[in-house]
Design a protein around this ligand. Sequence first.
Ligand code: SF4
Ligand code: SF4
Length: 70
Amino acid sequence: MALETWLPIIDEASCTGCGDCVAVCPTGALAMAGDLAVVADPESCNYCGLCEPACPVGAINLPYEIVWEE
Ligand code: SF4
Ligand code: SF4
């Protein structure tokens, strides 16, 4: 499957440019491009899922769910 299939999807219309997702991303995959968050380094994304809940306006959607098992 193509890498792009699993990358975070950032809704440009909703993004306020707060930078929270960039701050929380542990791999530096996300960056700000002006007032918009972008997946600047897709090869670095480790699919940790931290960026989705970090976004205060719900602009980030991951194309998968993370399920924790005991
Ligand atoms: S899933 Fe994790 S590594 Fe990938 S962009 Fe989001 S916070 Fe960064
Ligand atoms: S956390 Fe959400 S609103 Fe803030 S820069 Fe990232 S995508 Fe945009």
